[in-house]
Write a protein that binds this ligand. Sequence first.
Ligand code: GLV
Ligand code: MN
Ligand code: MN
Length: 432
Amino acid sequence: MSPEEASAPQPRASGIAPDARTVLERCDVLAAVSSSSTGLTRVYLSPEHARVNELAGRWMEQAGMTTWLDAAGNQRGRYEGREPGAPALLLGSHLDTVPDAGRYDGMLGVLLAIAVVERLSAAGIRLPFAVEVLAFGDEEGTRFGTALLGSRAVAGTWDDAWWQLVDSEGVSLRDAFVAFGLDPEAVGDAAPPRGSVIGYLETHIEQGPYLEEADRALAVVSSIAGARRFELTMTGVAGHAGGVPFHRRHDALAGASEVVLAVERIARDAGCIATVGRLEAFPGGVNVIPGLVEFSLDLRAEHDDRRDEVWAAIEAAAARTCVERGLVFAAHETHSAPAVVASAALADAVRTGIVATGDAEPMTLFSKAGHDAMAIDALTDWAMLFVRCGNGGISHHPDETVTAADVAVALDAFEAAVRELAARHVSAETTA
Ligand code: GLV
Ligand code: MN
Ligand code: MN
């Protein structure tokens, strides 16, 4: 199905709920909306973002939801509960991607959330709370370097300093808002009113090998690693590759290379995770000693204090390199999100949902990948359901994959978790 076909009205026989096949077909439709002709790349507030919002909005409407674009560019839909205007259970994930992405990271969670609502509406079921689906516009931070912009707007933790962020073309976040048809002054409106939310559930591919290794389809998430990201520079002196002898060089790339290796060694020894994912040497001539290197650092750990100790050790290693080589090191922090822990009650509902699919003792996993739930932690309680991804759990890569059987069981478990929360809600109301 092409994006054009998907956006055409699609009559669905009433009472027929979507299955895993529909969800996977929709993943394929979204994957065709890319700014790159050679792979999937879709960033916040781009024309491709507008296009997938439109598609997701249409599917939300088909599922019986009222829809709107919120003040931060997130596509949202609401399925009323028994009483109109009741507080809502939020379900969601993101529609933006990393460069050259897979087609399930984020998108699968959005489409499963829509499918859960579509099942409820096809069966004519209204819950004791409303259900809102949120398709966040920025989780990855690919365009502006700072991640979770969509979910942070919803969480009410927007930072006005972000308006000055610029993308690789020099477009500021403020100008990108305006070009997308949004009013920067209204971003606070993306946050729901106090008391109108009862919790947040997110389904996401695992992005690691543990479910595949354990031969399991699903897991409950216990917590999410705290992350920090930095833009680093190493400055030396550019010069003639033939004319400058080694003892007179201040080669920024040789120094940055030592730091990259120190990052790996220090993080590994500390049981943390650290990645230099981008590095560029300037001026970039084959016969010129590099005078400047810009590189990125992504640091994660289950505990924030451990992660911060690793950063301090990396800074100390970089300082030693600078003394030895006559270089200057500088760091600019672009993103920081603390480690967060799932709500025991909501995680228990997710576990009950998995048990309902026949897995009597669901696996629990700690997430090393970041998720919108990290930002939503500031707004409300949250829990997550992980779905196995194949090929050793490869993700942030076009080979990302899931099976239809796993998506089917994830949809059943997600729906069962929502219904479990509804049952608990009713029993809490009757015993109150
Ligand atoms: C998001 O996918 C992240 O973990 O960086
Ligand atoms: Mn991702
Ligand atoms: Mn993701």
